[in-house]
Design a protein around this ligand. Sequence first.
Ligand code: ZN
Length: 614
Amino acid sequence: MSPDFRAEIEEIRDKADILNVVNDYVQLKRVGQRYVGLCPFHSEKTPSFSVSPERGFFHCFGCGQGGDVFTFIQLIERVEFPEALRMLAERFGVKLAERSRENAGLADERADINKLCSFAEAFYMKALQSESGKQARAYLTNRGIKAEIAAQFRVGYAPPGSLLYKVLKGKNVTPERMERAGLVIWGQNGYYDRFRERLMFPIRDHRKKVVGFGGRLLGEGVPKYLNSPESVAFSKGRILYGLDSAAESIRQNNRVFVVEGYMDVLALRQFGLNNVVASLGTAFTEYHARLLARYAKQVYLCYDADSAGKAATVRGLQILKQQGLEVHITELPSGEDPDTFVQRYGLDAFLALAEKGPGIIEFQIARVLEGVNMDQPESLAAAVKEALPILGGVTDTIERDLHVQRLGTAVGVSADSIRQQVRQFLAQPRNRSQIMDINAKSSHTKHVMDSGKVAPYAPIAPPGYPQQAILAEQELLKQASLTPEISSEIKERTGGLVIELHQQLLNVLASYNEAGREALHNLFEALDAPKIRYVRELMLKADEEAASGLNFDIGGCIERIREGRVILRIHQLEQEIIKRETRGVPETGEAEMSEILTELRELHGQLRIRSAPR
Ligand SMILES: [Zn+2]
């Protein structure tokens, strides 16, 4: 690691407020000097995840995951260190020197796309207000979108022709760069604007940078919606429209509405519903689900009532359930989408609809029954077969039976015969494992991922060193972690801690006031994961106990360690004697032997004095 690289890391670690960073992903509550919340790395119902802003680390008592702000970003964003470094540097305004050419290339390309897209955004916004934007403005008015909302989402207009291309060229931007940013296309007659005569919706990533556009055609024609092409900055499967501005509201409400289109987001926001995002098109991905799981537990899917929308709902449903999210379905009347519905009936009606949405099983079975010919026994039988895995997946037998009865009534088959079919279906191991695969995953309440556990560590003391003294060392370290000033006194009066890891930590604490977090970090770098876990937990427990106001007896602990040292020495000498006796003491060793015995006598004398009542 080059020195400047190290300096950058230290600068970021210094500037990056871990509390601030973690808060983006985990709801934290203050308890004493720590902040606690539900661990994003394993499934739990009571919080065992702590953040210690003062020491700059997070730690989970449940799974043992923990570390500094870089580790947190690496784990939660599933990125490698360089990417975590880049993200934090950007967020906290630390300038990074160029590193490997390849990485710098990617980062440069991304930055260039951001830059060109921001320019295009301003260009399109200006065009919307110009004479040529008249039709686009009229379109917004007709769709009931107010100018303030359009401005808030920085909606623009792409004029006809290749104006943007010309403007950028005039600014010495090469066509290759424009093409990379998805703004122009190369054709028979050279380069031309990708977006023409379209209403433009800038798409931002979670860092609020413009990475692409969605363009809606104003007249007739195809495609109605056109998105930017995939690039190093823009990937449909990784971006949710509106999330950059909705994140806070989603977190506060612990729920998010997922809609299909840009106009749906704008309309619902205009009516005051802020926790709403759109997947770009109907492709809802696992990444989207993980992204949402960071902010909320409840997801309301409100796709259009058409069959594409329904198919998307079924897919989204499964993906969201697999991330342990609570999924609700909002079914709109046929021919409506959230935009038209809220404009016509208002937000209260929309929310009421969302509240009384169909259950997931009900919805899935209704989907199966769609298009079934009620007069054709084969068609009905096929529908029932299709419903079997859905019914088989309901673990609550009473609930399952209610669905069975409803299905029976719907298709005119006795509930008994469906019940029997479900039993037969479940009796087949192959079917069972198929259902279990789905449910095993969905039963996990894990939010983001399972990052693996860190094994616990128990300090290893030399044989003979009493347990009491080990505990005393731990107590002293806890105290020293709260008040590092007492570290040197502990060092002096105990003659050093016996357990190596404890002594290492004590040394760090002794220099903590000058070196601070960096000293602690250096210690962590030298240790393996279980030992790091042990040290973090020791410090967090100290914070916890300090908050509970327990009294602490430094003198008593020091005394126990000194006594432990005597006992340890006695043990060592006794071992030495045994060794000599079994080997037979040579003539020359007799003097040493008598020294050992003298020391032993003296040590026993010390012990007697110590244990004598005072
Ligand atoms: Zn955990």
